[in-house]
Ligand binder design. Structure first.
Ligand code: NAD
Length: 484
């Protein structure tokens, strides 16, 4: 990969940024610089918005099947480069190749779902609402939209938004994460090969300055944000203050409740994969286990045994089950949370600090870490750690588990492991989380379903993916007709 200097994609052209500020992008397993990403300027954002604005009028007039066909061609290109893209994700993010392939699969599925949205864009019609009068609702594109993406799914998360925005007739600007900007750049190379009309889809690299320029630009109609809660709140408020629609997905603290009747043989692998998959850097990662009653003892033993066997290493190497975390800064933050957990007197039953991975002495590695005897008020039980750290809380019954979960500030996901249908029904009805798993450790909605966070995990009403996102990207216009 070398130390490539990344460029922006504006108006159908690759353009070097005029900035003099670049950030290094590092392979987290090697601690080696693999690219340099520009912190682009406000002027570059303005140019991208102008290009998107200019492209809008003719793009919205293209027949829907023609717009959908561009996406189908992109889908084919992405499939053709599937393996390269997955490897790029591993190189800039650190997750394993298997996990990166899973991410690419979800990316493809979103492009496919959007390309198939033809019927969903049909609107509706009622003849004879009054004598001689017909009424209809048509879905119209709005204008220029943008997304601001996090580091942890560099291919998938922009695909929750831009394919749907485009098929609905809008034009678009992607602002990738400055920590993992390479994969999205590769996807834009494919977008370029597909030959979308210039300006229909653009990419501007950068950080806060680029985000602020997008949020305050009068020609940007709306923003889709995914990232941490404080930034989600800021983006939501700033977009609203500038008259834009916004859907802002934030951070998480997800609980996995294990009932005494749970099938441990199947539950434990599901918990381990939820907590330690992608080294815990997923907004759907289970980071708290609530052990109900007597399941606590066997569960604790099985979790430690299972987690100790997870093979940590470079995601491109055969047999590796968990990669490094994304940056040295992230590693240090996770270490601080572990030290805090020890000070808060949770019981550290598996300590992943100080792990050595042969051949990769400088990687940002940390092994699976488990705390038992976590109390709901402890900081490690309330804050998002975003690393491979799992806390076990002992609870009396489902009632107490629900009380703790519903008291958490976040509401992204929650899961229940049980053989009892009544308990599952109760959980599904009462849990205040948007993505609910029953005997599923990572309740990740597929493309036609909304990515449905609640509370501080989501600001807005229409979520990413599915019909929600299509409504987000359209205005509903009502036409009432009478012919004399
Ligand atoms: P982040 O909030 O640091 O960054 C996200 C984006 O916001 C980046 O593009 C970044 O450039 C921009 N940004 C950062 N600080 C900003 C500021 N002060 N002003 C304006 N823009 C700013 O998040 P991250 O570390 O890249 O991603 C991890 C977070 O994302 C975790 O909290 C995770 O839970 C969350 N996440 C949530 C979901 C979800 O669906 N709810 C999905 C994936 C990740």
């Amino acid at each position: 990969m070398g130390s490539e200097v990344l460029r922006n994609y504006i108006g159908g052209q690759w353009v070097a940024s005029a900035t003099d500020t670049y950030l290094e992008v590092r392979n987290p397993a090697l601690d080696a610089v693999i690219a340099r990403v520009p912190l682009s300027t406000v002027e570059e954002v303005n140019r991208a918005v102008a290009a998107a604005r200019e492209a809008f009028e003719s793009w919205r007039r293209l027949p829907i099947p023609v717009r959908a066909r561009y996406l189908l061609r992109l889908r084919d290109q992405v499939e053709r480069r599937f393996e390269d893209l997955a490897r790029t994700i591993v190189q800039e993010h650190g997750k394993t190749l298997e996990e990166a392939r899973g991410e690419m699969q979800r990316t493809l599925e979103n492009i496919e779902a959007a390309a198939g949205m033809f019927t969903a864009l049909m609107g509706y019609h009622t003849p004879q609402v009054a004598d001689g009068i017909d009424e209809e609702c048509i879905l119209e594109p709005v204008g220029v939209f943008c997304c601001i993406a996090p580091f942890n799914f560099p291919a998938m998360i922009p695909s929750w938004f831009f394919p749907y925005a485009l098929v609905a007739g809008n034009t678009y600007i992607v602002k990738p994460s400055e920590i993992c900007p390479i994969t999205q750049t590769r996807i834009f190379e494919l977008i370029h090969e597909v030959g979308f009309p210039p300006g229909v889809i653009n990419m501007v690299h950068g950080g806060k300055e680029v985000v602020d320029a997008l949020l305050t630009h009068p020609d940007v109609a709306g923003v889709s944000f995914v990232g941490s809660t404080p930034v989600a709140k800021y983006v939501y408020a700033t977009a609203a203050a500038h008259g834009k629609r916004a859907q802002c997905h934030g951070g998480a603290k997800n609980a996995l409740v294990v009932m005494p009747d749970a099938d441990l043989e199947r539950t434990v692998p599901a918990i381990l994969s939820s907590a330690f998959g992608s080294a815990g850097q997923r907004c759907l990662a289970g980071s708290l286990v609530m052990a109900v009653g007597e399941i606590h003892k066997p569960l604790r033993r099985a979790l430690v045994e299972g987690a100790s066997r997870i093979r940590v290493g470079y995601g491109l190497d055969e047999g590796v089950q968990m990669g490094p975390v994304v940056s040295r800064k992230a590693l240090e933050r996770i270490h601080r949370y572990i030290e805090l957990g020890v000070r808060e007197e949770a019981e550290l039953i598996l300590d992943g600090r100080g792990i050595r991975v042969p051949g990769y002495p400088n990687g940002y590695f940390i092994g699976p870490t488990i705390f038992d005897e976590v109390q709901p008020k402890m900081t490690i039980a309330c804050e998002e750690i975003f690393g491979p750290v799992l806390g076990v809380i002992r609870v009396r019954d489902l009632e107490e588990a629900l009380e703790i979960i519903n008291g958490l500030p976040y509401g992204n996901a929650a899961s229940l492991f049980t053989r009892d249908g009544r308990a599952a029904r109760e959980f599904r009805l009462r849990v205040r989380a948007g993505n609910v798993g029953i005997n599923i450790g990572v309740a990740a909605p597929i493309a036609p379903y909304p990515f449905a966070g609640q509370k501080q995990s989501f600001f807005g009403d229409l979520h990413g993916q599915g019909m929600d996102t299509l409504y987000f990207f359209t205005d509903r216009k009502v036409v009432i007709t009478r012919w004399f």
